[in-house]
Structures are given as structure tokens and as C-alpha cells.
Design a protein around this ligand. Structure first.
Ligand code: AMP
Length: 280
């Protein structure tokens, strides 16, 4: 695997590859890699001649300084994992490269920005859009791979690509889960053993809600029951548990042909998110 931390040498390398061999697939990450990230790398490898992964913990998307400081950083292990799956290129720039001239550009995605994650993480999607724009300009990929795990982020990036006419096709890859259902996340490493057990409530509650919806129970009853379950649990703090339309993430009152359950909250000091696509 070729590893770059500077822009120009990687651009030269990728430019030549693109001329000679075909398409570039891109997987942006913040590192602390797990099998969920690797499923994106594998999806890219199945569709492209070259796969580029980036590892960069982007400060502008953190609205909480403590979360940024405590974000797991495991670069040596990440490199070994990417080598293991034969990733072609890794881009791991520093802040001096990504924010050399400071950066004051802000994005506004309208309602997509203020609901769900946006409500609890002001400025988060502006930071995501900024870094993804920079990375798209640097890597110039044909296809880019994102996880359904961050579904709202995917919708924001869809809008970014459409509005700014980025010449890239996006893919949304299903969520990889632990055997007990917990969505894989770099943040899971920060959970204590007892917190790790409690964290299964996120997926369990969505499965339970999906079953209740199938049984014809009204959404308001389901939502308040689920909220009460979260409230009864020690060390768990729910931020939202919503039923939404996948096309615009507006709230739904019943399942349509494009519905998704979305959940976010804290286990101890660790913030987790998850979602579940529903069948009509
Ligand atoms: P992150 O490093 O957390 O910014 O994630 C990088 C990419 O991996 C994003 O597109 C995430 O949605 C995706 N991702 C994170 N966790 C998972 C998972 N459990 N399954 C599939 N993709 C994931």
C-alpha cells in the first residue's frame, strides 16, 4: 500500500493511475478501523481498479472538544488492517495539510442540518461537508463509499455532491454489526465492559419498535414506550428515537415505503448512533 500524507505526491500518483488503469474508489474515514470500514474498502475494490482510503480526524466536525481529544487513534493498527485487505493507497494528512490556510467556509443544508444529529451537534455537518469537499478535490475519485451507519451524513453528502456538481458517484454500504447487534463504531472501544453490554439497547429498541409497528401500534405509543425503557436504564441517556422518511429525513407517523428508524444517545460519556431501514 502506498501511503501519502502530502497532497501533491498523491495527486501525481493517482493522476497517472487514472490515466493508465481506470476508476478510483474512495473510502474516507477517521481511522480506528473496524470491519465496518473494511466492508466499504471491499465494496470499493469490487468496483474500481484502485481503492484509496483516507484517515483523518477532522477537527471542524467535532462540536465537543472532549470528544475530539478522546477520539481513538490507532494508525499503526489501521495500516496493518488496510494492508491485510490489499488497499492500494492510504492518505493520512495532518491538520497543517488539510487546514493550511485556516478555513472559515460554512455550509447550510437547511432542515437536514438542524434535525436529528444536527440538533444535537451544531456545526457538525458543515465540518463534514468541508472536509469531504476538500478530500474529493484532492483524491478526485470516480466512486465514493459511505456507511448507512451515518445515514444523515450520507444524505448531506448526497446534497453536497448534487448542489456543487462533484463528478463522483456515491454508494451507501449496509451497517456491520457485532454478533449481539451493536453497530460497529470506533467509539465502542471507549465503552467499559458493563457499558458495552448496555449499548445493545440501541439496536434492540429499534428491532422492538419495528415489530410494534408491524403489529399496528401507533408511533406515538411506541416512541414513548421506548423512551421510558431508555430512561429506566442506568448510564444511558437518549437524545432521539425517531421514525423518518429516507428521502428527506422528515418525521413520519407510520411506516411508508421508505422509512427508517434513527437513534442516538450516550452510554456513559460515549455518544452512539444507529439506524434501521424498514420495509413497508
Ligand atoms: P468514521 O471513521 O466513523 O468517520 O466512518 C467512516 C465511514 O465508515 C463512514 O462512511 C461510516 O458511515 C462508515 N462506517 C462506520 N461504522 C460502520 C459500520 N458499522 N458499518 C458500515 N460502515 C460503517
Amino acid at each position: 500500500m502506498q501511503i501519502f500524507s502530502e497532497i501533491e505526491p498523491m495527486r501525481a500518483f493517482l493522476g497517472k493511475l487514472k490515466r493508465d488503469t481506470g476508476t478510483i474508489g474512495f473510502v474516507p474515514t477517521m481511522g480506528a478501523l473496524h470491519p465496518g470500514h473494511l466492508s466499504l474498502v471491499k465494496a470499493s475494490q469490487s468496483e474500481n481498479s484502485t481503492t484509496v482510503c483516507s484517515i483523518y480526524v477532522n477537527p471542524t466536525q467535532f462540536n465537543n472538544a472532549d470528544d475530539l481529544a478522546k477520539y481513538p487513534r490507532t494508525i499503526d493498527r489501521d495500516i496493518a488492517m488496510l494492508n491485510e485487505v490489499n488497499c492500494d493507497v492510504l492518505f493520512c494528512p495532518g491538520n497543517d495539510v488539510m487546514y493550511e490556510s485556516g478555513s472559515h467556509i460554512k455550509f447550510d443544508f437547511g432542515s437536514l442540518d438542524t434535525m436529528l444529529e444536527g440538533r444535537f451537534r451544531p456545526g457538525h455537518f458543515s465540518g463534514v461537508a468541508l472536509v469531504v469537499s476538500k478530500l474529493f478535490h484532492i483524491v478526485n475519485p470516480d466512486n465514493a463509499y459511505f456507511g448507512q451507519k451515518d445515514f444523515q451524513q450520507y444524505k448531506v453528502i448526497e446534497k453536497l455532491v448534487e448542489d456543487l456538481k462533484f463528478n463522483v458517484s456515491l454508494r451507501c454500504i449496509p451497517i456491520e454489526r457485532e454478533p449481539d447487534g451493536l453497530a460497529m463504531s470506533s467509539r465502542n472501544a471507549r465503552l467499559s465492559l458493563s457499558q458495552r453490554k448496555k449499548a445493545t439497547i440501541f439496536y434492540e429498541s429499534m428491532k422492538q419498535a419495528a415489530q410494534m409497528l408491524r403489529n399496528g401500534i401507533s408511533w406515538s405509543v411506541i416512541q414513548s414506550e421506548i423512551k421510558a425503557t431508555f430512561e429506566s436504564m442506568d448510564e444511558i441517556r437518549l437524545e432521539y428515537f425517531e421514525l423518518a422518511d429516507t428521502s428527506n429525513l422528515n418525521s413520519l407517523e407510520s411506516v411508508s415505503d421508505k422509512a427508517i428508524l434513527l437513534v442516538a444517545g450516550y452510554v456513559g460519556e460515549v455518544r452512539l448512533i444507529d439506524n434501521l431501514l424498514l420495509e413497508a
